[in-house]
Ligand binder design. Structure first.
Ligand code: FES
Length: 168
């Protein structure tokens, strides 16, 4: 039995070479374009962006709701997102709590339910939180209200992201 030799013709060699070189050049041209298109999506968001929310002089020992807006960048789309925080003074310390209920995300209010005086109350499923944000046992929420990363500078309160209690 004779063994048939496999030889590459000049035409095949040119085809393989041009395809390889052409593909390499095309990838070199496309990579910067793909990178440019995806860059806003891949760029990590700044974790430490703080926004001025209130004058410290306006903050009392009684929780008060402050509404504000943050610039939201969603890949190529920029918008303003409304936010709010329950803020009060605990001695010299300023406490800023998220109004988002940890049960199913409704908005909590301060001292709004006669059955839960001096507590945050969620009307959706009767969730309750103590003034410091701790969930009241026996009510639906299973975790305390999130706490905003905060900083007081030049008489103003700056807030960042809301994080689970103990992480802010
Ligand atoms: S969403 Fe607040 S108690 Fe259910």
């Amino acid at each position: 039995m004779s063994e048939k030799k496999h030889r590459v013709s000049r035409r095949q060699f040119l085809n393989y070479t041009l395809t390889g070189v052409g593909g390499f050049m095309a990838a070199g041209m496309l990579m910067p374009m793909v990178r440019f298109a995806l860059d806003p999506v891949l760029r990590p968001q700044a974790e430490t962006d703080l926004v001025a929310v209130a004058d410290v002089a306006d903050i009392t020992a009684e929780p008060k709701r402050f509404d504000y807006k943050i610039d939201q960048v969603d890949a190529w789309y920029k918008s303003e997102e409304p936010k709010s925080a329950w803020v009060y003074k605990d001695g010299d310390k300023v406490v800023a709590l998220s109004p988002v209920c940890k049960h199913l995300g409704c908005t909590v209010n301060w001292n709004s339910d006669p059955g839960n005086p001096n507590r945050f109350f969620c009307p959706c499923h009767y969730g309750a939180y103590e003034k410091d944000g701790k969930n009241v046992p026996g009510t639906p929420p299973l975790a305390p209200l999130d706490v905003y990363v905060s900083e007081v500078k030049d008489g103003k309160l700056y807030l960042g992201k809301a994080k689970p209690r103990g992480e802010a």
